[in-house]
Design a protein around this ligand. Structure first.
Ligand code: AMP
Length: 208
């Protein structure tokens, strides 16, 4: 996909919201390539911390394997460190963050500290019934490519992850809708069509 940086004049910060398996990671990578924004996946950061055996990783591992949410303190510490790196000044896509109202409030404060703004929150709408198959496909593709399969990418743990999403993360939909920053797009269709729908929202923001 071609980069589309020709008219970019300002950094854009956006949140991709949606349940596990909605395609947030896939679409964040496409947006990263297309608009030069930085994908910030707290799931990737936490898996990195687990693999590196850091104190945060050790504290997070069992919670992640069981499909629950890692504590706000751990997630926010990891995210704060990452956001302090200079590449984030180009604009970021939050993927899998925030997942609680407390995280959303902390993000508000973090952005205010650096005079940055949140430009959009985009919810990828996907039926729960489609998610199990997507997660199982993702595990199968990783296996076939000889890559490690995520410990939480199985039908049993997905049930817990979905329960956590509905109980703790879905309230963010109303939180951002009340501020007028939320846009919903269907996340069920073809990957390229979804990417184009996202680009239609993001492009005007980069040139505003
Ligand atoms: P993900 O890669 O976004 O599906 O995240 C995988 C797992 O990492 C989740 O099921 C949680 O256990 C943990 N995790 C990732 N991001 C967060 C977050 N923002 N808050 C709490 N836990 C998180």
């Amino acid at each position: 996909m071609m980069k589309d940086l020709s008219h970019q004049t300002r950094p854009v910060n956006l949140i991709l919201l949606g349940p596990p398996g909605a395609g947030k990671g896939t679409q964040a990578k496409i947006l990263q390539d297309r608009f030069g924004l930085v994908q910030l996946s707290t799931g990737d950061m936490l898996r990195g911390a687990v693999a590196a055996g850091t104190a945060a990783g050790k504290a997070a591992k069992d919670v992640m394997d069981s499909g629950g949410l890692v504590s706000d303190d751990i997630v926010l510490a990891i995210l704060r460190d990452r956001m302090a790196e200079p590449d984030c000044a180009a604009g970021v896509i939050f993927d899998g963050f925030p997942r609680t109202i407390a995280q959303a409030e902390a993000l508000d404060a973090l952005l205010a500290d650096t005079d940055a703004q949140l430009d959009a929150v985009i919810e990828l709408e996907v039926d729960d019934s489609a998610l199990v198959q997507r997660i199982l496909n993702r595990a199968e593709q990783a296996r076939a490519a000889g890559q490690p399969v995520r410990a939480d990418d199985n039908a049993e743990t997905l049930g817990q992850r979905l329960a956590a999403y509905h109980a703790q993360t879905a309230p963010l939909i109303d939180y951002y809708a009340a501020r007028g920053t939320l846009t919903k797009i269907p996340g069920m269709g073809d990957m390229d069509e979804i990417a184009d729908a996202l680009a239609t929202i993001v492009k005007p923001l980069t040139t505003a």
